[in-house]
Design a protein around this ligand. Sequence first.
Ligand code: HAM
Length: 428
Amino acid sequence: MRGMTVRYQALRGTRDILPDEIAAWRFLENTTHEVFSRYGFRELRTPIFEATELFARSVGAATDIVRKEMYTFTAGDESVTLRPENTAPVVRAFVEHAFHRTIAAGFPERLYYLGPMFRYERPQKGRQRQFHQIGAELLGAPEPLADAETIEMAWSLLSALSIEDRELRLNTVGDTACRPRYRETLTRWLAPRLPALCEDCRRRAVENPLRVFDCKVEADRKLLEEAPDMAGSLCAPCAEHFDAVRAMLDGFKIAYVVDPRLVRGLDYYQRTVFEIVATGLGAQNALLGGGRYDGLVDELGGPAIPGFGFAAGMERLVMVMGKTAGVAVSSDVLLVGLGEIGFLASIGLARTLRARGLRVAMPLTERPLGAQMKRAERLGARFALFVGETELARGRFGLKNLTSGEQIEVDEAGIEAVVLAERNDHGR
Ligand code: HAM
């Protein structure tokens, strides 16, 4: 390979989050920590890879995620998978650390996470192979209020991010008592129509008929519009639960549309499922989605404990948050050393000011004044501080506000005072 020039690029479906974008990401992260903690959620960080089996068992062997989107590899003699989602890992951790011992009726465990997920999907706007999710999981709460309150929290997060063009879609997929009945009804309805459906749907019809609603083929979707709804097969407890959730959302004054075709692409859901979509984001417009997963904890080896949660795509949130959210962090002050003596003195001064919490920029070598002022502009520095022989002798320095152009004279303590006051005024 020697002598050949190779240009490396981030792999398809992955991207660098550049320094100029970080302000928005930090704003999103900080807002999430702030909003979720108000609802009593505690952060949990799980590894980014897990046993492949964990996802196959929970997300479901017939889902697109498990069938064709997982990054799975063998390490030693273990089959491991980069997490395509984080509900299963959270439940795995919940069971492993016996969190259920500390929950009590009415007081579920509330956990949340932020981090990268991996799905081998066809990349497009808003869809990547490495993407990031914010998620919240409530374990040990059978009450409809768990559903309504968690949806309300998701709604508040979007409000705090100033995302107003959104729509809440809601549905119920029944439970182990009534879903088999619906499955049968659907299978019967599908049977004569199978020849008209795509190959994937024909397979789904056999493996897990509800998955036909994941189909992206336009003609199939049209045909499936006529399919019977879950609503007609719901058992009384599921119907009551759904009515209660809706009544609470009405009480919270959160508008929603019931979408009978909303089944979500993961198998662990029971009863309530929901999505919030951004109106005007194009094809990949689901900002977040989730629902109830009452059978999952025991499926993964724990006690029979109900669950409810959701996850949001951070890239999509950043896209609709717009440019105003988040304040860029820039340098407070650029030290402009004048001449060799000034340059050498500014090295010590930079250390002192940094130790006091100021964000200080300075060149690593003596540079002409003009070059330094240009750099101050590039850095978005708020002040330039002139450090020359005369200034050092007098113990007073010229401090120029680069926004207003105004220049004042300050001593060392004054630098800190003026710069920090300006930072507080601007909230950064
Ligand atoms: P999900 O619907 O697969 O649910 O993903 C949740 C959100 O992650 C989506 O609404 C979307 O914003 C984002 N997302 C998913 N795939 C991609 C991708 N390839 N590129 C960019 N963003 C993406 C789950 O993952 C469940 N674990 C949610 C949950 C939590 N259910 C209960 N608790």
